[in-house]
Design a protein around this ligand. Structure first.
Ligand code: PEP
Length: 247
C-alpha cells in the first residue's frame, strides 16, 4: 500500500486537480493499493473527480462519536456514508498538538470499525526514546492500546504505520534497517495479541520522509508492506513515482 497524508495543505481546487491528474497513472489496486488521506473539506470533491476509482480517498482523522453536540468534529458515520474507506488515526501530530491520548485513539479505532471503515493507525517513536532504549515498550504499548477490545475479524483488516517522529518532515528517512526493525516490532506485537497468521496478513507501513529516491530500499524489506508519505504525496508527479516505484 502506498498512502499519502496531505495534512493541512492544498485547497479544494488543488485537491480536485491532483485527483484528475493521477487518473490512469496509478497501478491497478490489486497490485499496489494507493490512497490519499486529505482534509475532510476536500473529500466530496475528490470522490467526484476520482472517475477510475483506483485511488482510495481517506480522511486524516475523525471523532469517536457518530453524531451529537461536538462542535467542529468529523463524524465517522458521515465519512462512511460518503464512501470513505480509510481514516488515519493516531498520527503523531494529532497526539502532540491535539493531545490525543492512547484512550482517545482506541475509541477512534473502534468508531472507524463500527462504521465499516478501516483505520490506518500511526505509531510513533521519538529519538529520545530510541536513544534511551525505551522504543520497544513505547511502540508495543501504543499498538496494544490502539487495538484494545478490537475483534480478530477487525484486527485482520487494520493498517498500521511505523512513523518515527524524528524522521517525519525531516527530509531524512529512517534507514531501511530502522524501518524494518520498527515494522517487525509492530508485527510481533500484533502476533502476541492475536496470532502469527493474523499478524502476517496485516499491512505494516513505514512513514517518515519517504521519497521517490528512497522508497525502493524501504519496500525491499520483509516487514515493510507499504509507505505513508507526507510531503512527497503532495505533488502528482512524486506520488505517481512512489506508486510506481517498481517500474
Ligand atoms: C507523515 O506525516 O505521516 C509523514 C510521513 O510525513 P513526511 O513524509 O513528510 O515525513
Amino acid at each position: 500500500m502506498i498512502a499519502g497524508n496531505w495534512k493541512m495543505n492544498k485547497t479544494v481546487t488543488e485537491a480536485r486537480d491532483f485527483v484528475t491528474g493521477v487518473q490512469g497513472k496509478l497501478p491497478a489496486a490489486d497490485q499496489v493499493e494507493t490512497a490519499i488521506a486529505a482534509p475532510a473539506l476536500f473529500l466530496q470533491t475528490m470522490l467526484e473527480a476520482n472517475q477510475d476509482r483506483v485511488l482510495r480517498i481517506g480522511a486524516e482523522t475523525c471523532y469517536y462519536e457518530d453524531e451529537g453536540a461536538y462542535t467542529g468534529e468529523i463524524s465517522p458515520l458521515a465519512l462512511h456514508q460518503m464512501g470513505i474507506p480509510y481514516v488515519i488515526v493516531g498520527h503523531s501530530e494529532r497526539r502532540r498538538y491535539f493531545n490525543e491520548t492512547d484512550d482517545v485513539i482506541n475509541r477512534k479505532v473502534q468508531a472507524v470499525f463500527r462504521n465499516g471503515m478501516t483505520p490506518i493507525i500511526c505509531c510513533d517513536e521519538t529519538m529520545g526514546r530510541r536513544e534511551s532504549g525505551d522504543k520497544i515498550h513505547w511502540v508495543v504499548n501504543q499498538v496494544s492500546a490502539a487495538l484494545k477490545g478490537i475483534s480478530e475479524e477487525n484486527a485482520a483488516k487494520v493498517v498500521i504505520a511505523y512513523e518515527p517522529s524524528w524522521a517525519i518532515g525531516s527530509g531524512t528517512s529512517a534507514s531501511s534497517d530502522q524501518a524494518e526493525e520498527g515494522c517487525y516490532l509492530i508485527r510481533q506485537t500484533i502476533a502476541d495479541i492475536y496470532s502469527d497468521d493474523l499478524a502476517n496478513g496485516v499491512r505494516v507501513l513505514y512513514g517518515g520522509s519517504v521519497k521517490p529516491d528512497n522508497i525502493a530500499g524501504l519496500m525491499a524489506r520483509n516487514n515493510v508492506d507499504g509507505v505513508l508519505a507526507g510531503g512527497s504525496s503532495l505533488s502528482e508527479d512524486s506520488f505517481i513515482q512512489l506508486a510506481n516505484y517498481q517500474n
